[in-house]
Design a protein around this ligand. Structure first.
Ligand code: HEC
Ligand code: HEC
Length: 446
């Protein structure tokens, strides 16, 4: 349930005061509190607040809950840096600026990471401005799945498989950049335009115009960065001694500190500030100089009309099943995606190897019930990130971030092209050799 911070506090204060008065009055006070809570429930639909990342907080706590002050510090810092769902901010334009000044040039550059107008158009309640342009785009089109905080936990998430993406890890699957590098604006635009076939992620190609799509690309990046910094802050909190608190310099502004306080903080910031800064840099790099390699030209035999095409497919088949590729260990002998069903993706890693009780506590605190990651079933012919040859080449060459699919670092270009030809062909390959798929997949999985 979404709550509005200040209203919750108000209700609690009221309850405290009522404990000092007589019984009958307490009953009346309880009704008042009840009405307050009802107001919170009804009134917050259009005034939601960002929620803590329940999983990363609980993981960082590691059995010893943070104090109320420590949690409040994280909330304050995040609000100072990123504002609220109705009133977004970007850190480079306010309190964070002081730190970046030590790294000449960056303060200026970070301002180009996202367009502030785009954030304002995406944030807030659904409405339109004096020019008739839509506002509140994220809440209108995305939040019911991806959640107000971008946690992939909107009201419809529980009914969806796979779950909507949790943006707060900054990890994206279907992108053109190498390895862990962030997606480019074009990659995110592509997802918004095409959706993700085989999942509930819809295509917004015709539903919204190009400026609106650009605004949402920036908002996705904003939610990612905010979420990543929140996760970092929980880790920093876990490193504090009991009773110690995060320096509130992020929230209150460096200028307000005394000279001595400034000196004391420098050591801390050399380490911790650098981590925050590198998150910004990674997103900026994806925008200004992304590591995007064009796939090499496909061999002539890639053309289905070429006489050697079936040889290429056969070569792909051998690599898929053999040691060189070992794709079958996850995707299964028959390509049904049933080779390995116990892996967890990065969003659900926290549950790996944990007891039911441990998991139940996380779910109780707001985590979605964890799910294992299913390797792709090639027999239904649907490729989520796109089925064109260049895209599939990239996917196999680079692997899939967050989903446990490794990159094909040791395979040659030709071997990868043969795998592209093979995986596109699996759906029409007869199931032979007595290797039928596992009973668990009597119903083909997606
Ligand atoms: C009906 C639910 C739904 C709605 C509405 C929705 N999404 Fe998604 N979205 C998903 C699901 C599910 C996935 C994860 C698919 C997967 O893991 O393969 C996803 C994934 C994504 C990704 C990650 C792509 C990647 O490469 O990892 C982005 C970015 C995204 N959505 C953006 C948006 C934006 C922006 C909007 C609103 C304009 C939106 N989504 C609306 C369900 C939805
Ligand atoms: C450790 C397990 C693992 C191995 C090994 C593996 N994959 Fe995957 N693969 C996955 C998972 C999991 C997915 C689904 C990712 C998702 O969409 O969430 C996937 C998805 C894919 C996709 C679908 C991409 C799309 O856009 O839908 C292709 C193609 C693919 N794998 C090819 C290969 C090939 C070729 C190999 C061998 C070189 C291979 N995989 C090895 C786990 C693996």
């Amino acid at each position: 349930m979404m709550t509005c911070g200040w209203e919750v506090k108000f209700a609690v204060r009221r309850r405290k005061r009522s404990s000092a008065i007589m019984k009958k009055q307490i009953q009346i006070a309880n009704i008042v509190v009840g009405l307050f809570i009802l107001t919170i429930f009804l009134g917050c639909a259009d005034k939601p607040s960002f929620q803590f990342n329940a999983v990363s907080k609980k993981e960082a706590e590691n059995g010893t809950p943070f104090s109320a002050e420590q949690s409040q510090d994280v909330a304050n810092i995040l609000t100072a840096l990123f504002g609220t769902p109705d009133d977004p901010a970007m850190p480079n334009v306010n309190s964070f600026h002081w730190y970046l000044q030590y790294d000449e040039g960056y303060a200026e550059d970070f301002a180009t990471l996202v367009d502030f107008e785009n954030l304002k158009r995406s944030a807030g309640p659904v409405s339109s401005d004096e020019n008739g342009d839509s506002r509140g785009l994220y809440r209108e089109h995305c939040a019911h799945c991806h959640g107000i905080s971008g946690g992939g936990d909107g009201p419809t998430a529980l009914t969806l498989n796979p779950y909507p993406r949790d943006f707060r890890h900054g990890v994206y699957k279907f992108k053109s950049t190498s390895g862990k590098a962030r997606p480019t604006d074009d990659d995110l635009m592509h997802i918004i335009n095409e959706g993700i076939p085989g999942t509930s992620m819809p295509s917004f190609k015709v539903a919204i115009n190009d400026n609106e799509k650009k605004a949402l690309v920036d908002y996705v990046k904003y939610l990612s960065l905010r979420g990543e910094i929140e996760r970092l802050l929980w880790t920093m909190t876990s490193e504090l001694e009991t009773g110690e608190r995060l320096p509130l310099v992020f929230a209150d502004g460096y200028d307000k500190l005394s000279e001595e306080e400034k000196d004391n903080l420098m050591g801390w910031f050399e380490e911790e500030g650098a981590k925050v800064e590198s998150l910004f840099k990674s997103w900026l790099k994806a925008k200004t100089s992304p590591n995007v390699k064009q796939p090499p030209t496909a061999p002539e035999s890639f053309d289905p009309k070429h006489p050697e095409h079936s040889t290429l497919i056969a070569q792909g088949r051998e690599i898929f099943h053999g040691k060189a590729g070992d794709c079958k260990s996850c995707h299964g002998f028959t390509g049904y995606g049933d080779g390995e069903l116990n892996n967890y993706d990065v969003w659900n890693q926290w549950a790996k190897g944990k007891s039911d009780d441990y998991i139940a506590e996380f779910v109780n605190d707001g985590a979605l019930p964890p799910r294992t990651i299913a390797p792709r079933n090639f027999r239904n012919g649907v490729f989520r990130g796109g089925r064109d040859p260049n895209t599939l080449y990239r996917r196999i060459k680079e692997g899939i971030q967050g989903a446990q699919m490794p990159n094909a670092a040791t395979l040659t270009d030709d071997q990868i092209w043969s795998l592209v030809a093979y995986v596109r062909n699996i759906k029409s390959e007869p199931i032979t050799g007595g290797q039928s798929h596992l009973p668990v997949n009597d119903k083909p999985i997606n």
